[in-house]
Design a protein around this ligand. Structure first.
Ligand SMILES: [Zn+2]
Length: 257
């Protein structure tokens, strides 16, 4: 019997409860509530925590400022920003005092969402994505801050995966070091998603970290996450939120990365 091949990399856990989970709440968490959760997450030695979405509200911006100051250099704190300059400016301002930080920006590259949600041509969306990463890279002053780019609705990109890969290659050249592949709505069996992850992994250079963010709409997010890890995704997102699964920990959602 063939033995399971052990990857030569380890999973990198990245908790996004304070951002993605927070988006699901009728009444978003204030700083005091976020501090309690942040302490609980970091007590588990989770190395990366997404602390918020600074452009979403003044309260969330101020929470991100305080959590950035509190976090030690062992914990990477990230903040979300849409691929627009205003969001990126706000996000970078919120984490300017962090010792170890990440700017996380995103846009959809799925054919359906580019046409029917953004009402834009793929070439225009590609430019927005690439320009956003370039803008972020130019405006980061903290040497301990890196950039993650998420392809919102990556699970719906089967029909244009080579377009997505071309965009991601340029995004990596502009300075993103982590490429996150969300299954924003789980519509297919894990094998189809994993096939896409493999294609991206094979196309990008080895120094780019591949991450997955699997939702649980069909109840298979854990399987998809585990198999994505063996397909080359070292980053594993971990949260409880949205259409939150009672069965297991890799949560579900819509309208988020
Ligand atoms: Zn999500």
């Amino acid at each position: 019997m063939q033995r399971l091949q052990k990857p030569d990399y380890k999973p990198y856990f990245y908790d996004i409860t304070l951002r993605d989970g927070n988006q699901s709440l009728k009444k978003p968490w204030n700083l005091e509530e976020k501090l309690l959760i942040f302490d609980a997450i970091t007590s588990l030695n989770i190395p990366a925590v997404e602390i918020g979405f600074p452009a979403s509200s003044e309260m969330d911006y101020l929470s991100c400022v305080e959590l950035s100051k509190k976090a030690d250099d062992k914990t990477k704190v990230s903040v979300l920003a849409r691929a627009v300059k205003g969001d990126i400016d706000r996000a970078l301002c919120a984490i300017k005092e962090a010792k170890n930080s990440r700017l996380h920006t995103f846009i959809t590259l799925s054919p359906f969402h580019m046409e029917h949600v953004l009402n834009k041509k793929p070439s225009d969306v590609a430019k927005i994505a690439i320009d956003a990463v370039e803008y972020a890279k130019k405006n980061i002053v903290n040497p301990n801050c890196d950039i993650e780019f998420s392809v919102e609705h990556f699970g719906d990109c089967e029909e244009n995966i080579y377009f997505v890969i071309d965009v991601l290659k340029e995004i990596a050249q502009k300075g993103a070091t982590t490429i996150n592949l969300p299954n924003t709505v789980e519509r297919y069996r894990p094998a189809r998603f994993i096939n896409l992850v493999k294609k991206v992994k094979e196309a990008l250079s080895d120094d780019i970290i591949i991450s997955v963010h699997n939702h649980n709409d069909l109840g298979m997010a854990t399987a998809t996450t585990v198999e994505s890890f063996f397909a080359g995704a070292a980053g594993v997102l971990f949260k409880r939120s949205w259409r939150a699964c009672r069965q297991h920990r890799f949560c579900s959602s819509s309208g988020c990365t």
